[in-house]
Design a protein around this ligand. Structure first.
Ligand SMILES: Nc1ncnc2c1ncn2[C@@H]1O[C@H](COP(=O)(O)OP(=O)(O)OP(=O)(O)O)[C@@H](O)[C@H]1O
Length: 221
């Protein structure tokens, strides 16, 4: 599904180039559940942002299915992203001036889901995450954990083929966290959704099928 060949992310700093990612060669097959681990500053989030096409300032080759992403323009990359990728990023905030309901509707409008179908899909999701009572509240009226749940619901709502998650259980209580990991496992095993998560937690990594380890921007295992 994804193939990175010699991917590099270089920051040109006064003191010389800094390689946040260096010569990354990574294959992610459809149906994989990959955990990215490594010390702070090793390039995990940088890799996830490159995979998610949030960042395009990398060099090297990135293939998505048969598409050479490295040759696509920004508009084509955005189209690829919205058709395929769901994000659960801690720093990827909910839209503050939209309600929970409206936040969940956004990815459906991106995917051109007919307006008449959206309400039942959003309501199903609210139900599944047990946040029906919060549907008309704004993000600022939710706890951190509840915001995280809405963020995850939003990532899942448009049935992405791949989910990219940065510390997906970071703001959650351990039982809520386990619930989210179980949900990821189910999506992966039953629905074939490909998952790539960044995590510091061995417990979370154990839900995945393999681990990619980074150190100083390089893959070390
Ligand atoms: N705009 C920037 N300019 C210079 N260096 C940067 C910039 N953004 C990130 N970096 C560097 O890239 C490296 C990788 O950062 P990244 O956020 O990917 O690490 P990480 O492994 O996700 O860390 P953490 O576990 O702490 O979140 C870090 O050393 C960071 O300082």
């Amino acid at each position: 599904m994804i193939s990175l060949r010699g991917l590099e992310r270089v920051y040109r700093l006064k003191g010389g180039p800094f390689y946040a990612l260096r010569n990354i060669n990574l294959e992610i097959a459809a149906g994989d559940f990959v955990s990215i681990m490594g010390p702070s500053g090793s390039g995990k989030s940088t890799l996830l942002h490159a995979l998610g096409l949030h960042d395009s300032a990398w060099e090297g080759e990135y293939w998505f299915d048969d598409a050479p992403v490295h040759k696509l323009n920004q508009k084509q990359r955005f189209a690829l992203q919205k058709q395929n990728i769901g994000f659960v990023f801690q720093s990827y905030h909910l839209l503050d001036d939209l309600t929970v309901y409206e936040n969940l509707e956004v990815p459906l409008s991106y995917r051109d889901t007919p307006r008449k179908d959206r309400e039942s899909i959003v309501c199903d999701m609210l139900d599944r995450f047990r946040i029906v009572g919060k549907r008309d509240l704004y993000p600022s009226q939710l706890s951190g954990g509840q915001q995280q749940l809405v963020g995850i619901a939003r990532a899942l709502i448009a049935n992405p083929r791949i989910i990219l998650a940065d510390e997906p259980t970071g703001n959650l209580h351990s039982d809520q966290g386990a619930e989210i990991m179980e949900l990821f496992k189910k999506l992966n095993q039953e629905d074939g959704v490909t998952i790539v998560q960044v995590t510091h937690s061995n417990d979370n990594a154990a839900y995945g099928s393999r681990t990619v380890r980074l150190a100083d921007g390089m893959m070390v295992g």
